[in-house]
Ligand binder design. Structure first.
Ligand code: CAA
Length: 392
């Protein structure tokens, strides 16, 4: 898995367009996200107004192709947006960028007709969609999903429940993964586009989280929900692979968000270390503090480069080989965000631990990166399998 054989010809210099895009996202985060972060965190408020503004300036749905009304930006550019928005507040940022996950299965496996029906409305208005994979008894082990979809004539009827679904409480539609053949394990899963206002869909709960509290994370149930057979994405039995391929595409974006949180914590720690005086010198002059900060800087840069490499591989069409790099980036960036934010709290001492200062929120926010879109342990499992049993 030497990087050299995949990274030939790479330049770390961003194009003018990429620098402009990054500046746009940074400016948006400074003006529209940061000022609201503490309040939305405190009240666990869905940031509808910020989503609308992000949509207006073109920071949502960056990957949807021009033929459906989008910009058709590469995965790499999405990383630049994701890091900057998350540097402002990962809770608000995830609400904005989660359409990439929700619409991922449609982009990957939708027919031309499905794409023409589902994608343009996401560009026309700040509409949300979500990714309905996880269930109360099936998170890491996707093949254990119990939601069923039974074919009846021209329809499928879905029954089951989903939980921990980002934006589900505000989504127009969700891609629901359900068993069409319970005897086939992962090969019995299929994917369906389910309107969230369909009879039988009920939002059961907005989950009250530790961090990233501005993002709506909801549980919902499906009771005798009938959808046309034409809402199935791909063939019956394709669901597991559609889910995995979507996650291959989105995990580097999640990793970029983790880098943004780590970067914010690092900046706060550096500023504080320059101001705070102990034993007659700024604490930055004490090796115990400066080495913590030196490690933060090193690990953030390493995480960012892994994110960029994974995105570059996705854009270069490495297909299944990008799976490995996607999980390398997600694992390392999530764990880095946790470590950097914990150390930033340490640098600020008592001030780091109180809500008046921003780093305690960043530490709470960081934790979720080690859990959603595949825990850090699942990333290690994927990495180990791709080393010893690489996929085609
Ligand atoms: N691309 C294409 N195919 C893939 C693939 C990939 N990345 N990964 C696996 N497959 C294929 C395998 O080749 C295999 O194919 P065959 O049917 O031909 O044999 C099949 O899929 C089954 O693969 P595995 O045997 O590896 O499957 P598994 O049951 O052992 O599970 C797993 C593998 C990696 C643990 C997987 O279940 C997984 O990723 N789990 C974590 C799920 C996850 O990330 N959930 C997050 C939900 S989304 C979220 O959090 C966001 C939110 O809204 C909050």
């Amino acid at each position: 898995m030497a990087a050299a054989d995949v990274a030939g010809g790479v330049s770390f210099a961003l194009t003018d367009e990429q620098r402009e895009l990054r500046a746009l996202a940074r400016d948006f985060a400074e003006k529209e996200i940061r000022p609201r972060a503490a309040d939305y965190d405190e009240r666990s408020t869905h940031p509808e107004d910020v989503i609308a503004k992000a949509h207006e300036v073109g920071l949502m749905n960056p990957h949807i192709a021009e033929e459906y009304g989008g910009l058709g930006l590469p995965a790499f550019d999405g990383m630049l947006i994701g890091e900057e928005l998350s540097r402002g507040c990962s809770g608000i940022a995830v609400s904005i960028v989660a359409n990439t996950l929700g619409a991922g299965p449609v982009l990957l496996a939708g027919s031309e007709e499905q794409k023409r029906e589902l994608l343009p409305p996401l560009l026309a208005e700040p509409m949300l969609c979500s990714f309905g994979l996880t269930e109360p008894d099936a998170g890491s082990d996707v093949a254990r999903i119990k939601t069923t979809a039974v074919r009846r004539g021209d329809e499928y009827v879905l029954n089951g429940s989903k939980t921990f679904i980002t934006n589900a409480g505000h989504a127009a539609w969700t891609v629901v993964f359900a068993k069409t053949d319970a005897s086939q394990g992962h090969r019995g899963l299929s994917a369906f586009v389910v309107p969230m206002d369909a009879p039988g869909v009920t939002i059961e709960q907005h989950l009250d989280k530790m961090g990233q509290r501005a993002t709506d994370t909801s549980a919902f149930s499906l009771h005798e929900v009938a959808v046309p057979a034409t809402s199935r994405l791909g063939e019956e039995g394709d669901g597991f692979k559609i889910a995995m391929q979507t996650l291959d595409f989105t995990r580097p974006g999640t990793a970029a968000g983790a880098v943004g949180v780590a970067q914010a914590a690092y900046e706060h720690a550096v500023e504080y270390a320059k101001q705070r005086v102990t034993f007659d010198v700024p604490i930055a002059m004490h090796q115990g503090v400066s080495f913590l900060i030196a490690d933060m800087a090193t690990e953030i840069e390493a995480a960012r480069l892994l994110v960029w490499q994974a995105a570059w591989m996705l854009d270069a069409g490495y297909g299944r080989r990008a799976t490995l790099y996607s999980s390398l980036a997600k694992r390392f960036a999530a764990d880095t965000a946790m470590k950097v934010t914990t150390d930033a709290v340490q640098v600020l001492g008592g001030y780091g631990y109180i809500k008046e200062y921003p780093v305690e929120k960043l530490m709470r926010d960081a934790k979720l990166f080690q859990i959603y879109e595949g825990t850090s342990q699942i990333q290690r499992l994927v990495i180990a399998r791709e080393i010893f049993l690489p996929g085609d």
